[in-house]
Design a protein around this ligand. Structure first.
Ligand SMILES: Nc1ncnc2c1ncn2[C@@H]1O[C@H](COP(=O)(O)OP(=O)(O)O)[C@@H](O)[C@H]1O
Ligand SMILES: [Mg+2]
Length: 365
């Protein structure tokens, strides 16, 4: 099968390493998302696959077709890579109708009139825009323009579909609908898709796998659930969802994990084995911390502080001595004092050193 393979891809601009030694295999038909904060190298990676920039080194191939090879100095131009591209700005030609916008890439490929009309009809049908074929882009809503841009990228049956923040100009409601629809369409066509977004909920919702990037590097590659539940480092734990980072010291190593003393003296059992250092950070997501009535293992008495209403939930800043936590609940808390439980299996342990490195770089940025 025609896997897309990136090997040791690096792209350097002056003293900025936009893409730093990225290696990745994307199987045929996969929906892969590049996710990370602005400036982390998502678009630069995507453009390299498209042939819109010149990598500094590395290798890009789709099956046995080499797109780029740094050592052999091979570069295949964009138009010979058979790639469908959609950008945030849909870049439709304003003086062409919808049908003419779709016809253009086919004319470039010297597709004859009859085949062209058939392909245009099919692509418009796919994105449910058949009735709009004779309209101009300015006569369409943002969501409709986005569908036309997608139809134009699909009309010549590309081997790869590359999407750079394609939904970010749509309002929140439409964006949610569009991503479901996009995913269904992608599955139906079984076209290998690389999707760029900085929106973690979008990434979690649509992807087979997510690549979390920061500062040009791949931090973690995995299925959405794996990345959410088992973040490999503190950057991922904080960027995907949000996490409390509680400093502590390992006091005991057990068969199935460890016991950690937190800043307020509370002893917390965790099901994760610590790495070498005893100085650790316990990461736990606000929504995994539970309000409880009874004291017991892993429970902490807390004072309720500032609250924020999130629509579907309430978030509270709570403290216990030197310990500060964010928790999330379904219902408002009326009391000033409460008791919370940190489930051992909801914790992830990182060495304090590793978290410090992250804090110094990305989290601070
Ligand atoms: N043509 C270029 N010249 C110089 N620097 C660039 C160029 N393209 C991208 N960069 C830099 O590379 C880094 C990654 O950019 P980009 O891939 O666009 O990030 P994003 O993840 O937001 O898509 C940024 O620091 C950006 O300023
Ligand atoms: Mg970008």
């Amino acid at each position: 099968m025609a896997d897309l393979v990136l090997q040791n891809l690096s792209i350097v601009y002056g003293d900025v390493t936009a893409v730093d030694d990225v290696s990745l295999t994307i199987p045929k038909g996969e929906f892969l998302t590049l996710l990370g904060p602005s400036g982390c190298g998502k678009s630069t990676t995507l453009f390299a696959i498209a042939g819109l920039n010149q990598p500094t080194s590395g290798h890009i191939a789709l099956g046995d077709r080499v797109f780029f090879d740094g050592s052999a100095k091979t570069t295949v131009p964009t138009e010979r890579r058979n790639i469908g591209l959609v950008f945030q700005s849909y870049a439709l030609w304003p003086h062409k109708t919808v049908a003419e916008n779709l016809a253009f890439p086919l004319q470039l490929r010297r597709v004859n009139r009859a085949d062209r009309d058939k392909a245009i009809g099919e692509a418009l049908d796919l994105v449910e825009m058949t009735p709009y074929a004779e309209r101009y882009p300015f006569e369409l809503s943002g969501g409709q323009q986005q569908r036309v841009a997608l139809a134009r990228a699909l009309v010549y049956r590309p081997s790869l579909l590359l999407l750079d923040e394609p939904l970010s100009n749509l309002d929140a409601k439409l964006r949610e609908r569009a991503r479901v629809w996009l995913r269904e369409l992608q599955e139906r066509l079984n076209v290998t898709t690389i999707y760029v977004t900085h929106d973690q909920s979008e990434a979690l919702a649509v992807s087979d796998r997510i690549v979390v990037m920061s500062m040009g590097k791949m931090r973690q590659v995995g299925a959405p659930r794996e990345i959410y539940e088992h973040p490999k480092d503190a950057f991922v734990a904080d960027f995907i969802g949000s996490s409390n980072f509680l400093e502590g010291t390992v006091t005991e190593r057990t068969e199935d994990g460890a016991t950690v003393r937190l800043a307020n003296g509370a002893m917390i059992r965790t099901t994760m084995a610590p790495t070498t250092s005893a100085d650790v950070v316990v990461a736990v997501r606000p929504e995994r911390i539970a309000l409880v009535d009874e004291s017991g293992e892993n429970t902490i008495p807390v004072t309720i502080g500032h609250s924020s209403y999130l629509g579907a939930a309430y978030q509270y800043e709570v403290t216990s001595g030197d310990l500060a936590l964010r928790i999330q609940t379904d219902r408002p808390i009326d009391a000033k004092e409460a008791r919370v439980r940190i489930p051992p299996e909801a914790t992830t342990l990182f060495s304090r050193e590793a978290v410090k490195d992250v804090a110094d770089s990305d989290l601070a940025a």
